[in-house]
Design a protein around this ligand. Structure first.
Ligand code: C5P
Length: 132
């Protein structure tokens, strides 16, 4: 089965809230909430892919050194297997704006379970709750 590498990030603000964004209409799993990120291009370092995606999707600038790996998801969808490292980031430049029409929300760790997520993302929440 095809292996797909996606990187994701829990942005955590000074109030310990976490940013989640909603997958827009027209995308697979539309309407579900996820940690921002995206696919790693061939020959791209995962951290560089995340820096790129966070800029494209949210308009923020992140230094690779500010990305701390926390855990990863490994999930078999019907047509591909997803491998998705989750990083935590507490420092960035700029203000978060959903630049691709996606809704974004800052939520308290305990509220994360109130937002339906793709099945691959759900196990990541437990790890994040342990940290926060
Ligand atoms: O975001 P994108 O559509 O490029 O991601 C590719 C696939 O990886 C999605 O269709 C979805 O199945 C999966 N994915 C996920 N959780 C995420 C991001 C992507 O399960 N946070």
């Amino acid at each position: 089965m095809k292996l797909v590498l996606v990187v994701a990030c829990a942005l955590v603000d000074v109030d310990n809230r976490v940013l989640i964004s909603q997958r827009p209409e027209g995308k697979q799993l539309a309407g579900l909430w996820e940690f921002p990120g995206g696919k790693v291009d061939p020959d791209e370092r995962p951290e560089d892919a995340l820096v790129r995606e966070l800029h494209e999707e949210l308009g923020i600038t992140v230094k690779p050194a500010c990305l701390a790996p926390l855990t990863f998801a490994s999930f078999a969808y019907e047509t591909f297997h997803l491998l998705m490292p989750l990083y935590v980031c507490r420092r960035w430049d700029g203000f978060v704006t959903g630049r691709e029409g996606q809704a974004t929300r800052w939520v308290r760790p305990k509220q994360l379970r109130d937002y339906p997520m793709p099945p691959a993302d759900e196990p990541l929440v437990a790890h994040l709750l342990d940290l926060l």
